[in-house]
Design a protein around this ligand. Structure first.
Ligand code: X2W
Length: 282
């Protein structure tokens, strides 16, 4: 017999304790624009979500799409500026953000999951007032900070066997406001409000690096705070780890920062002894 099949069967058998541990759990997966590859990589991500659902996990996908927004802004001749990792968002920009995130990117993921035999429904933070925001900072324009979360719609979708796919676009406190929310911020707020068992932040780096550049597999929130203070955690990893700390404070059991470009990244993390990336928990 082909040895690969024996290994496959063994892998499945070894996954039993993990399958049992995560049965009925709620896992929020942030799928960043930089982690989204070509159609094959998208199909593989979708398959992972469908497999999770099949084995009794409730995956909730929150996506980004920064690079796709950049492409469209460029075509339209709109220039973007960034302040502290967030896109300065004027009226014209927020319209493009909503079109690209709620339209193009959201539906691409929904379609990929459905093509793999799952049932995905795409919504944004506007649907059922899931995520209500105020302006994060006057300097940033229509960038939202979530202040009120109404996550019942997510519970309802999960209970119906559906995988929610959420675009980080939100409504405001006043009528007719639209906010652009950083994808990590949105995923953290949603995971926090759901008190999720896991928040997986799929990105394009292997995890949180220590002083010597090695990827740290397990870190405590205290260590993260120290590493931000002493500059070991820098750049784009700051908002990610701050999101992780806020989510843990709200009752998420653990946050994992991992490379979404790895084959079957989410499955590797949840269902194998090895795990993937950096896990942050007390
Ligand atoms: C992001 C939303 C998309 C996002 C933006 O405009 O690009 C802000 O910066 P990634 O792919 O996860 O980076 N919003 C406020 O977060 O996408």
């Amino acid at each position: 017999m082909n040895r690969d099949w024996i290994a496959t069967a063994r892998t499945l058998a070894e996954a039993l304790p993990y399958l049992q541990r995560f049965s009925n759990s709620l896992v929020v997966v942030k799928f960043g624009g930089n982690a989204m590859g070509d159609d094959d990589a998208m199909a593989e991500f979708a398959r992972d979500m469908v497999l999770m659902r099949q084995v009794g996990v409730n995956p909730v996908v929150v996506h980004g799409g920064g690079p796709m927004i950049n492409d469209m802004l460029k075509k339209l001749g709109i220039v973007s500026e960034w302040v502290r990792g967030k896109r300065v968002t004027d009226k014209a920009t927020v319209e493009v953000v909503e079109m690209i995130l709620s339209g193009l990117v959201n539906k691409r993921i929904v379609q990929a999951i459905n093509d793999e035999g799952g049932r995905a429904v795409g919504i944004s933070g506007k649907d059922d007032d899931l995520m209500v925001c105020v302006a994060d900072d006057p300097e940033l324009g229509f960038v939202g900070r979530p202040v009120e979360m109404n996550v019942q719609v997510i519970r309802d979708l999960c209970a119906a066997g559906i995988i929610p796919v959420i675009a980080p676009v939100a409504t405001g406190m006043a009528d007719n406001e639209t906010f652009n929310v950083n994808g990590d911020t949105a995923a953290g707020a949603i995971a926090g409000a759901l008190k999720a068992d896991r928040l997986l932040l799929l990105t394009d780096v292997p995890g949180v690096k220590g002083k010597d550049g090695e990827v740290l597999t397990q870190i405590t929130p205290e260590q993260v705070r120290e590493m931000i203070a002493d500059g070991t955690i820098a750049g784009g990893m700051i908002p990610k780890t701050e999101t992780a700390l806020a989510a843990l404070d709200q009752g998420v059991r653990a946050v994992v920062i991992l490379d979404g470009r790895l084959p079957n990244a989410s499955l590797l993390e949840l269902f194998t002894e090895h795990g993937a990336g950096s896990i942050i928990r007390s």
